[in-house]
Structures are given as structure tokens and as C-alpha cells.
Design a protein around this ligand. Structure first.
Ligand SMILES: Nc1nc2c(ncn2[C@@H]2O[C@H](COP(=O)(O)OP(=O)(O)OP(=O)(O)O)[C@@H](O)[C@H]2O)c(=O)[nH]1
Ligand SMILES: [Zn+2]
Length: 345
């Protein structure tokens, strides 16, 4: 079998699929690795099929700022002239009044990495699952360091499946190699993945265990030298997929929406219609079916506690992002404290 790269197969190495844009004549398709200011670092497929790293200027007429993972077209002068429509995007709350900040585009899979050493942290699984669903990409839960358990993480995996329904759960260990092949199957050609997880969860170790060909990227851009930062941030995995390692995403505080919470807390969402009031806060409200379930033990109390915490955070972030709602809350508080002062008199 010959292994010469055509431009299309070179693009496939960058995560390109048939559903992604085809390059127009006279332009070259490239993938953004990192963006800074008026420039971005991209990987482009040359006509001989090799991948090259470039630092490309952004045309001033460009209506959107390219982010990591974007597919862009480079004009004859090497500048970024178009940004293709995005599939899933990862966002986080901007600073007050700025709305959401897009961190990465065209992500297929969010790998949630939660370590098993020291026991499964249910709250961590729930929180990270909510964040991952919110991105629009498919989450997968990696239970790392499975070698630290007696049963290869089997019991914890069963527990995690109940905590985050609809998310594949993969116990893995870089020590024993358990689960690595299953994980590779999730990271095949045409897939783009990011990892999300706390510091020390084993993300770097996992990447090293998975990584195959990232150093094979021809990194002689137009300016000559090697762009090592580029190759370190977009990993071409031996399994054929792409792993974007973007600073700020690893332990990302994604601004999750309520629907993402419902995706994870399906048990609470299923009970809610039985509450007496449709807008029940499951917090001391009369005839609350959710609290009743927590009382009788049908619903773990810790799960309801996490749910309450997430609701509080979402409401807080929404107020921060929405100045009108913020002003509304302030008015309400003013009214409340006025009333309180009156009552004291
Ligand atoms: N027993 C065991 N230890 C592991 C495994 N994977 C990683 N570790 C250890 O866990 C520690 C942290 O691993 P890292 O890969 O650096 O974790 P990380 O998630 O990249 O951490 P940050 O870089 O801070 O985000 C290291 O001491 C690893 O040796 C595993 O499968 N089994
Ligand atoms: Zn209720």
C-alpha cells in the first residue's frame, strides 16, 4: 500500500470530513490551531499533500474572528479570507456585559476526564457532564487511573452511567492499558476532540498514551522555522482523529444552560411534571414531587443538592450576562430592603 498524501487525505488528518467546506479554486483550506490578535496559526494542506504550519494574517474584512478548530480559506496572499460555518462550538461566559466567548469550533467530542484514584467524585461527573452537553458536542466520560481500583473501575463505571445518562463511560488506565483501544475507537478519522477535567486527572498521560503522529507534521511554514507551539496544540492522533489542546479549555468554566442540566439530571426532569406547580423550584415548594423522592430515598439527596447548586450558578451567570435582568434583581433587592426598613420602624 502506498502512503502518499493527496490534499484531501491530508485534510482528513486535520479532522476534515465530507460535510466540511470544500476549498474554492485559488484558495487553500486550513484549520486554525490558535488565534492571537490580527493573526492566527493554521495548519494547511499543500498541493503535494503535506501539512504545513503558517502564521496567517486575518483579512480586515473578515466578519468573525477565527477560533481554534475553525476551517478557513487562505487567499493567494496567504491571508485568512473566509471562515466556514461552524458546527458545535465551545463557549464560556465573557466578562460582564460581553456575552459569550467562543473558545473553539467544530468539536465533535468532549472527553470528560475524571480520576478514580481516591474514589469516584459524583459531583465532578455531574458538573463536567453539564458543561460538556452545553457545548453541543457529544460527551464521553473517561474514568482515568482505573488501575487504582480492585475491579478495573467496573463498579464506578456502573455508578457513573446513572449519574450522566446517555454518555459513554470508559474506564482507562495508562498503566495497564485498559480501555485505551475503546477510547481510540471514539477518536477516529474526521473527529475533533477536546479534553475537559481537573488538574491531575491524567489528561497529559492519556494524550501521551494515545498520541502517535503529531511530530510527523511538516512544520516548515512560509517563514521557515518550526512552529512547535502549533504541533503541541493540535495533535494528530494515531487513531486518525484530532485532539485540540487549548489553554483555558482543560478546566473550562463553560456557561451551561438549563437544558444541559436536564440532559444530565434526567431523573429530576422526569419527576418535575408531578410537582404541584409547573415552575416548582424543588426547594420547599408545596406538593414537590422531587423533594418527596429525595425524602423517601428514591432520589439521592446529594444529587438534588448538586442540582440546586447548578441552578444557582446558572441564574447568577445569566444575571451577570444580562444587564437588564441584573438591574431587575437590584430593583427587587432595593424593594425588599426598603420594606425591611419600613418594617423595622
Ligand atoms: N495509577 C495511575 N496514575 C496515573 C494514570 N494516569 C496518570 N497518572 C498519574 O497522575 C498524575 C497526573 O497526571 P497528568 O497526566 O499530569 O494529569 P493532567 O490531567 O494532565 O494534569 P494537568 O496538566 O494539571 O491538567 C501523574 O503523576 C501521573 O503519573 C493512570 O492511568 N494510573
Ligand atoms: Zn418540585
Amino acid at each position: 500500500m502506498t502512503d502518499t498524501l493527496t490534499p484531501t487525505s491530508a485534510l482528513t488528518h486535520l479532522g476534515w470530513t465530507d460535510g466540511d467546506p470544500h476549498p474554492a479554486t485559488g484558495t487553500a483550506l486550513a484549520r486554525v490551531v490558535v488565534h492571537h490578535g490580527t493573526r492566527c496559526e493554521v495548519l494547511a494542506a499543500a498541493s503535494d499533500g503535506t501539512l504545513t504550519a503558517h502564521t496567517a494574517d486575518i483579512a480586515p474584512t473578515l466578519p468573525v474572528t477565527p477560533v481554534a478548530g475553525d476551517w478557513v480559506e487562505l487567499g493567494p496572499d496567504g491571508r485568512v479570507v473566509t471562515v466556514a460555518a461552524r458546527r458545535a462550538i465551545l463557549t464560556r461566559a465573557g466578562s460582564a456585559g460581553q456575552g459569550r466567548q467562543v473558545l473553539a469550533a467544530n468539536i465533535d467530542t468532549v472527553l470528560i476526564v475524571v480520576p478514580l484514584a481516591g474514589g469516584l467524585n459524583a459531583t465532578m461527573v455531574e458538573r463536567l457532564s453539564v458543561m460538556a452537553w452545553d457545548s453541543g458536542a457529544q460527551p464521553a466520560l473517561v474514568l482515568s487511573k482505573s488501575d487504582t481500583t480492585h475491579d478495573g473501575g467496573a463498579r464506578d463505571a456502573a455508578a457513573a452511567e446513572l449519574l450522566s445518562p446517555g454518555i459513554p463511560v470508559l474506564p482507562v488506565s495508562v498503566r495497564t492499558g485498559e480501555g485505551l483501544d475503546t477510547l481510540r475507537a471514539h477518536l477516529g478519522p474526521g473527529t475533533t476532540t477536546v479534553m475537559l477535567g481537573p488538574s491531575g486527572a491524567g489528561k497529559t498521560s492519556l494524550l501521551n498514551a494515545l498520541e502517535g503522529t503529531s511530530e510527523a507534521v511538516a512544520s516548515t511554514g512560509r517563514s521557515g522555522g518550526r512552529h512547535t507551539t502549533t504541533t503541541r496544540r493540535l495533535h494528530l492522533l494515531a487513531s486518525g482523529g484530532v485532539l485540540l489542546d487549548i489553554p483555558g479549555i482543560r478546566s473550562l468554566e463553560v456557561a451551561a444552560g438549563r437544558s444541559a442540566v436536564d440532559d444530565v439530571f434526567t431523573d429530576i426532569a422526569a419527576l418535575a411534571p408531578y410537582c404541584r406547580y409547573t415552575d416548582c423550584g424543588h426547594d420547599g415548594d408545596l406538593g414537590c414531587a422531587v423533594e418527596e423522592a429525595a425524602r423517601t430515598g428514591t432520589l439521592p439527596a446529594a444529587r438534588l443538592a448538586t442540582w440546586h447548586k447548578l441552578q444557582g450558578e446558572i441564574a447568577y451567570r445569566r444575571r451577570r450576562e444580562d444587564p437588564a435582568e441584573m438591574a431587575d434583581t437590584r430593583r427587587q433587592w432595593k424593594a425588599v430592603s426598603k420594606q425591611a426598613r419600613r418594617n423595622r420602624r
